[in-house]
Design a protein around this ligand. Structure first.
Ligand code: PLP
Length: 368
């Protein structure tokens, strides 16, 4: 079978798969599916889908913004946000490892004609002092610096929660210089649950905020972009031209509403499972957890050289029913989510242990 995907097809092992590739892989529960099946719907392009209205109102309230716009993906949400803040020939400042800069096909440039000034952070965290001299002079040689984006939690930073004071300082600096601020809060609620700092306290510093329902919250599709009403009225136009106008999308809104109702507090379980996984990995000689703290639901770890590389290791554990993606030559990422239990974590640790040892027992040769 040929599928249209940029990822290698999974060789299905005989054993049950435990899937740690991402928190996007969880399946809607029967209760969520029931909520979807029973959703009241209309045609959202005509603006008369009641479930979409409910979700947008609920998201705006949660994020303490005037309005929210439902969009198919986090990528589209970020893309629209950049377009709302910037004109062609403008520039945005972001952290060098952020999703918007690295994993959204350069939509900011490809579609919005916006340049980027990336700032090297520490595990995804940039400090306000690093930004001090970054605003371009106002003459015709330069792009116009317009926007600062922050990602919280930070994916490539290992699910890192941005320090609250840092966020405050960056956004204060941005405002002082009349720059727009956008929060890629795809996993903001992970930060909320882990810190106890309520969503509005995080979001008050930003003009626009993106939040995803299809990650730790367990919905099949969808994100929102929240912000000022007049800005989002323009955002609705951008969503249409990007092909994001959907019809009976109340079915999807119902899943997102269900997720907000039932799947937020439980993110704490994902965080505990990630710590459990990191502890287990920490006890395996050939593997090394990359960061000292596991803030939320991600664990990045390095595979020792005797194993050849992360891709080989990932393929070997896959043959034993465990899915984790290589994210670099020697690095693997594991993400906990709704479909992973503490028992699954323990089984995963046993598989990792067995595979890691198999390299050592064959004196450095690959023996998956
Ligand atoms: C931090 C962050 N922002 C945005 C996105 C994009 O979301 P989507 O996959 O829904 O386009 C992701 C996806 O993993 C992400 O991790």
């Amino acid at each position: 079978m040929t599928t249209l995907t940029s990822f290698p097809e999974i060789e299905r092992p005989t054993e049950t798969l435990i899937d740690f590739r991402s928190d996007t892989v969880s399946h809607p529960t029967p209760a969520m599916r029931r909520a979807m099946a029973e959703a009241e719907v209309g045609d959202d392009v005509f603006g008369d889908d009641p479930s979409i209205h409910r979700l947008q109102a609920r998201a705006a309230e949660l994020l303490d913004k005037e309005a929210a716009l439902f969009v198919p993906s986090g990528t589209m949400s970020n893309l629209i946000a950049v377009r709302l803040h910037c004109r062609p020939g403008d520039e945005m400042i972001c952290e060098a490892g952020c999703h918007l800069f690295n994993y959204e096909q350069g939509g900011y440039a490809q579609i919005n004609n916006v340049a980027v000034q990336p700032v090297q952070g520490d595990s995804g965290v940039m400090r306000a002092e690093q930004l001090a001299d970054l605003i371009r002079p106002g003459n015709a040689h330069f792009v116009r610096t317009r926007l600062v984006t922050v990602e919280n939690t930070h994916n490539r930073g290992g699910g890192r929660i941005q320090p609250y004071e840092t966020v405050e300082a960056i956004c204060r600096w941005a405002r002082q210089h009349a720059l727009g601020t956008h929060l890629d809060g795809a996993r903001l609620l992970n930060a909320v649950v882990a810190t106890g700092i309520a969503a509005p306290r995080w979001t008050q510093h930003f003009d626009t905020v993106s939040l995803c329902f299809s990650k730790g919250l367990g919905a099949p599709v969808g994100s929102v972009l929240a912000g000022p009403r007049d800005l989002l009225a323009e955002g609705l136009r951008h969503r249409k031209v990007l092909g994001g106008g959907m019809r009976q999308s109340g079915l999807l809104a119902a899943a997102a509403l269900y997720a907000l109702e039932h799947n937020v507090e439980r993110l704490a379980e994902d965080h505990a499972n990630a710590r459990r996984l990191a502890d287990g990995i920490g006890r395996i000689d050939q593997l090394q957890v990359c960061s000292e703290t596991i803030d939320t639901n991600m664990v990045f770890f390095r595979v020792s050289e005797e194993w050849g590389g992360a891709a080989e290791f990932s393929a070997a554990i896959q043959r034993r029913g465990l899915l984790m993606n290589a994210t670099g030559p020697a690095t693997i990422r594991a993400v906990t989510h709704l479909d992973v239990t503490a028992g699954d974590v323990d089984r995963a640790i046993e598989i990792l242990k067995g595979v890691a040892k198999s390299a050592r027992s064959s004196a450095g040769r690959l023996s998956p």
